[in-house]
Write a new protein. Structure first.
Length: 120
């Protein structure tokens, strides 16, 4: 089952966890779309700089600090993903509550660890 994933906070810098996550998701044959501050490509995935209405997004994985997430609340909820993953450093109780109110699952976890342990 392909769990199309939107990476928010995508980086072109190879040492960033969002960059590694895109590569690992692609290596696991998961469709990936990404939003970041700079346009570019990572593992043949185009990084967009604007919020697009992607279809059939199963998972949103966050690489943004809680303050930067605020502008994405309504956008992410409008995509109606099955779940949102809060990677280390992105934990946000306010957004977790909003997701729950909108019947969207959330988990505080590391995308890379979930992939490495076949729990994604």
């Amino acid at each position: 089952m392909n769990q199309k994933t939107l990476v928010i906070g995508a980086s072109l810098k190879e040492n960033r966890y969002s960059n590694r996550a895109i590569k690992k998701l692609k290596a696991t044959n998961i469709d990936v779309v990404a939003i970041g501050l700079k346009k570019g490509t990572v593992a043949n995935v185009s990084i967009d700089t604007e919020k697009k209405m992607y279809e059939n997004v199963h998972t949103v994985t966050l690489y943004l600090n809680p303050k930067r997430q605020e502008e994405y609340y309504n956008y992410i909820i409008s995509l109606k993903p099955n779940r949102v993953i809060f990677n280390p450093g992105t934990e946000n109780m306010e957004f977790l509550k909003l997701l729950k109110e909108n019947n969207i699952k959330s988990e505080i976890a590391c995308t890379l660890v979930l992939l490495a342990t076949n729990q994604y």
